[in-house]
Design a protein around this ligand. Structure first.
Ligand SMILES: NC(=O)c1ccc[n+]([C@@H]2O[C@H](COP(=O)([O-])OP(=O)(O)OC[C@H]3O[C@@H](n4cnc5c(N)ncnc54)[C@H](O)[C@@H]3O)[C@@H](O)[C@H]2O)c1
Length: 438
């Protein structure tokens, strides 16, 4: 499939450079190719570049067939040669924006990309930052670096911020159908950004400044972070009261206005929700303000893995077993269902906490055959094969990620005890006495 012949396609759109070929950059490149643009992808990781040029996808939700189509059509190729940055008409930056050890914004990737662009920037080029960051980054951090090229913004080159709203694993929306907010440094920059994005995105939402666009993205993610914290807190309370939080949310969700359902879990995961709100917290301190909602939500969400471990301990205790020495199988390492991304996944934290308490822990994840070193975790584990016998061999099976590939009825049937953090076993009728919600 990956090597099938693909017709060369006529290029009718702009020449776009996408910097950072990860979970955000690659789907964006795909949409530009579909829209008739020519795309040059840049990445500092030469292994990623080589893989892509061999028509293989580095991420699960872009297939090798899609990669073959993009490259085979003559519209897309990848490079780690940054001197080619002067070629495209527009450069869209999709590099990581993590936190430092002290939980402060780590803009090293945005800064190094900007320095690289400044070396090769030419007249007429448009530069757009897509990475999530605090309001002010484009103007205060990127612009001074780009102007070291000697070129002037809004006159010689153009600058905008347009946040990515990628949601890997979402079957309802894809990059092209998610409306895109665009903020320009000035009117000319905004217009040029809109002219480029219309080749890839169906609905564009122009806003007054880069700062509005930056703040809109942070608002979206902070809203999720806080609402998830709220239901996580309620989960702990309702559990003590003997009330099922999942049933409560289902009931409240029938209100046709004024309520959006959020769901509890074992903690927050992913590159965005646990991290982005703290970009704003850091910026707020410069204005002498504390973002109390964000801090509180952070505290609740980061305490969730501890709560889950306490529930596992209690469930074992009920069966006259101690966590120390018990065999635990964690199901799902990814931070959400049906994806292969483990960044900030609460499963990693769960495994470490369980190990610290003396449990013998394994994991299974159909999309993650082995663990790789993460910023804060290096588990060095391999996914265990799921069979009826292996399941039965564990004292407890802990559902951390509700991948839809799992057969939950079969899991409950064969496991001794199931602790379910995602309500994944809601539809299982038999063996309910073995299930503990957490
Ligand atoms: N993953 C998501 O679902 C998602 C959704 C919305 C927004 N975002 C935001 O988008 C940004 C990118 O996230 P991602 O998930 O795609 O990250 P990613 O880690 O999947 O991909 C980033 C890529 O950038 C490359 N890179 C790093 N520095 C570079 C440089 N100087 N030049 C060229 N390439 C470089 C890396 O090698 C990597 O391949 C982040 O700011 C993130 O917060 C992510």
């Amino acid at each position: 499939m990956a090597n099938r012949k693909v017709e060369k396609r006529q290029i009718t759109g702009p020449y776009v450079g996408i910097i950072g070929l990860g979970y955000v950059g690659l789907p964006l490149a795909r949409e530009f190719c579909r829209g008739g643009a020519k795309v040059l992808g840049f990445d500092i990781n030469s292994k990623t570049v080589a893989l892509i040029n061999r028509r293989k996808s580095p991420i699960k939700h872009i297939s090798n067939a899609t990669m073959a189509e993009m490259i085979g059509s003559g519209q897309f190729r990848a490079t780690d040669d940054m001197s080619q940055l002067s070629k495209p008409d527009a450069l869209l930056i999709c590099v990581p924006t993590p936190l430092t050890k002290n939980r402060e914004p780590d803009l090293q990737y945005v800064e190094s990309t900007s320095r690289m662009i400044a070396r090769y920037l030419r007249k007429g080029q448009l530069v757009v930052l897509e990475s999530t960051t605090y309001p002010g980054t484009t103007r205060e951090v990127m612009l001074p670096i780009l102007e070291q090229s000697g070129l002037k913004v809004e006159k010689d080159f153009f600058l905008a911020f347009s946040p990515e709203r990628e949601d890997p694993g979402n079957r309802q929306f894809r990059t092209a159908t998610i409306p895109k907010v665009v903020g320009g440094y000035g009117p000319e920059s905004l217009q040029r950004a809109l002219d480029v994005y219309r080749y890839a995105i169906e609905t564009l939402v122009p806003v007054g400044t880069c700062e509005v666009a930056e703040a809109a993205k942070i608002l979206e993610n902070t809203y999720r972070c806080i609402n998830i914290a709220l239901v996580n807190e309620l989960k702990m309370l309702f559990d003590r009261m003997g009330v099922d939080v999942w049933e409560v949310i289902r009931a409240a969700g029938t209100k046709p206005f004024g309520f959006s359902a959020f769901y509890p879990g074992p903690g927050l995961g992913g590159h965005c929700i646990p991290i982005d709100p703290f970009y704003l917290t850091w910026k707020a301190r410069q204005y002498g303000l504390a973002t109390q909602f964000i801090e509180l939500a952070g505290q609740i969400n980061t305490s969730m893995p501890h709560y889950v471990v306490a529930r596992v301990t209690d469930a074992l205790n009920e069966r006259r077993k101690s966590l120390k020495g018990s065999r635990v199988l964690v199901l799902g390492l990814a931070y959400k269902p049906d994806i292969d991304d483990v960044r900030e996944s609460p499963s990693l934290e769960l495994i470490e906490l369980l190990q610290e308490k003396g449990a013998r822990v394994d994991y299974n994840d159909p999309y993650i055959p082995q663990t790789h070193k993460q910023r804060e975790h290096d588990l060095r584990m391999k996914s265990k094969k799921l069979t009826a016998r292996t399941l039965a061999g564990y004292d407890v099976v802990l559902i951390a990620t509700n991948h839809s590939d799992y057969d939950y009825r079969w899991i409950v049937k064969n496991a001794q005890l199931v602790v379910d953090t995602r309500n994944a076993t809601a539809g299982v009728r038999t063996g309910r006495s073995k299930i503990v919600k957490a």
